[in-house]
Ligand binder design. Structure first.
Ligand code: ZN
Length: 202
């Protein structure tokens, strides 16, 4: 097994047809806790549209290569494409669009429920998306720090480095003596190539 951990951002899913945040324009600010509170119906309409795109998207060669080489993945993406490609135990630090939850009934529901109503049938509470919104704290933070700091090399893929979360993970790994590689363009070709070269040296 390669002693490598991948940290992935929107760029890895570009070839799968998932738009990056920059391309989504003002959507970014609408995926915030404040917007969810103020305009829950509009919020869920946006999320439902996004989920439709995500559900029809397929993993590309970069996702598949990471899964085939069993590289542990920390991802900023909510598109679930690493899991779809066969990666196990992916640390989705921003959550995913697999389900919504009624926090009062402690029950999870599929998005088909949201299409009918954004409020729980059982108790009337608003459904909580399983997604980290701007204004929320991220998931698996310490787990990700530990994972990225415990390997020999980290491969950062498709992140603009503007997200502070990625910087925190990368900086702490670097301080732990981990070698950092970055692939920011053409991930669907560059990632399989990188992994192939690494395997041939191992
Ligand atoms: Zn409920």
């Amino acid at each position: 097994m390669l002693d490598l951990v991948a940290i992935t951002g929107a760029g890895i899913s570009k070839a799968s047809g998932i738009p990056t945040f920059v391309e989504m324009g003002d959507l970014r600010e609408k995926l915030s806790r404040d917007y969810f509170r103020a305009h829950p119906k509009n919020f869920y309409q946006i999320v439902l549209d996004m989920k439709k795109k995500i559900d029809s998207a397929q993993p590309n060669a970069a996702h598949r290569a990471l899964a085939e080489c069993r590289i542990p993945v920390i991802t900023m993406n909510i598109d679930g494409l690493h899991t779809k490609a066969g990666s196990e135990g992916v640390l989705e630090v921003h959550g995913n669009l697999d389900y919504v939850e009624c926090l009062r009934c402690k029950k999870r529901h599929g998005y088909h429920e949201v299409e009918e109503s954004i409020y729980c049938k059982g108790c009337g509470s608003i459904y909580e998306p399983n997604v980290v919104l701007y204004g929320d704290s991220i998931r698996h933070f310490y787990e990700a720090i530990e994972l990225a700091g415990s390997c020999k090399q980290v491969l950062v893929i498709g992140t603009s480095f503007y997200t502070s979360t990625v910087n925190v993970f990368v900086d702490s790994a670097r301080m732990a003596g981990v070698k950092i590689h970055v692939i920011n363009k053409d991930a669907e070709n560059e990632v399989p190539k990188f992994l192939k070269e690494l395997s041939s040296k191992a």
